[in-house]
Design a protein around this ligand. Structure first.
Ligand SMILES: Nc1nc2c(ncn2[C@@H]2O[C@H](COP(=O)(O)OP(=O)(O)OP(=O)(O)O)[C@@H](O)[C@H]2O)c(=O)[nH]1
Ligand SMILES: [Mg+2]
Ligand SMILES: [Zn+2]
Length: 298
């Protein structure tokens, strides 16, 4: 029996990558269906090797080890963190979208690393503006360039020994980054990738790419919009770690830091202790959540 990780699932077969770096083509043992279990990409599994001569070698998935978590989009198990990759420019990041992303990660309790790419195209002031806006956002902030290699070693350390989903808007450089970090990856980049992401990417296979021992990356198609689902407006404030020190100190209990008098959060914004862009996003998203039409489900 060998332990490995499911890195890909294609029409009834699972590709299982072992510690030795060998990928086995496996069938799941018939028992899973009876147990109501379905192996997922990212699952740690035990396999029995059945054929070492064929190319690729073959085996059977015998047991799924306990799952730590699983995401829906992308449908992957045992994800340790998300890397939110945004270009500093080309395309210019939307602050609003960036906050939505951080909020979603916070809600999923998935640790996030914020990485701004394309430092080679950016002016110093653009970099500093982003650094200042996000320095207290609760997650690590890195700057990188796929083209010049800046920040890539730092990123490698952050990714080492973990499974990370690389996410962010189209054109940020996610696939280029994965091609840089994973020797075997051949992700499509540039215009082509964008066309696919818009077209038939629904049939796209999710796969884990190996970036070293116990290190896996998942590429995702870029998104253009992001909705905050299933969230009450008055919960939003807990997704802004900068507000934390002031929470509970405002004049009114349950202060949502919008219009209430003697609000410590608003005072902190005015005193320059909370970044105004973050606060402005908070107000916009709060309004969006507050006025959202209820969703009726059948
Ligand atoms: N100047 C510069 N361009 C980059 C860098 N990284 C990627 N690019 C370019 O940016 C464009 C988009 O890169 P992709 O890797 O395809 O972006 P993506 O995030 O995978 O985009 P989608 O797949 O559409 O979501 C390509 O033309 C890349 O060559 C970088 O560090 N600097
Ligand atoms: Mg891509
Ligand atoms: Zn307040």
């Amino acid at each position: 029996m060998q332990q490995g990780k499911i890195i890909k699932s294609i029409s009834g077969f699972y590709e299982v990558h072992t510690r030795e770096g060998i990928t086995y083509r496996c069938r799941a043992r018939g028992l899973f269906r009876a147990l109501g279990q379905k192996p997922l990409v990212g699952d740690d599994v035990e396999i029995e090797i059945t054929d070492t001569v064929s190319v690729p070698p073959e085996g059977s998935v015998m047991r799924i080890l306990p799952r730590r978590n699983s995401l829906v989009r992308p449908n992957v198990a045992n994800v340790d963190q998300a890397v939110l990759l945004f270009a500093i420019t080309h395309p210019v990041p939307s602050y609003n979208m960036l906050d939505r992303f951080l909020i979603l990660m916070e809600r999923k309790e998935l640790p996030a690393v914020l990485c701004f790419n394309k430092t080679d195209l950016a002016r110093k002031e653009e970099i500093e503006a982003l650094r200042e806006t996000y320095e207290d956002c609760g997650c690590r902030v890195l700057f990188a360039s796929n083209y010049q290699g800046e920040g890539i070693e730092e990123l490698r350390k952050v990714l080492e020994g973990r499974t990370s989903v690389i996410t962010g808007p189209s054109g940020a450089g996610k696939s280029t980054l994965i091609n840089t970090l994973c020797p075997e990856a051949r992700m499509e980049t540039g215009e082509l990738s964008r066309k696919i992401a818009r077209g038939k990417n629904t049939t796209r296979h999710i796969e884990l790419l190996s970036a070293g021992a116990d290190t896996y990356l998942v590429d995702t198609p870029g998104f253009t919009s992001l909705f905050l689902e299933e969230m009450e407006a008055d919960q939003l404030r807990y997704c802004y770690p900068e507000f934390g020190p002031y929470e509970g100190t405002c004049r009114f209990g349950g202060c949502v830091h919008i219009h209430e008098p003697s609000c410590r959060v608003r005072e902190a914004v005015e005193a320059g202790k909370i970044h105004p862009i973050r606060y402005r996003n908070y107000c916009e998203l709060y309004e969006e959540l507050r006025t959202r039409k209820p969703v009726y489900r059948k």
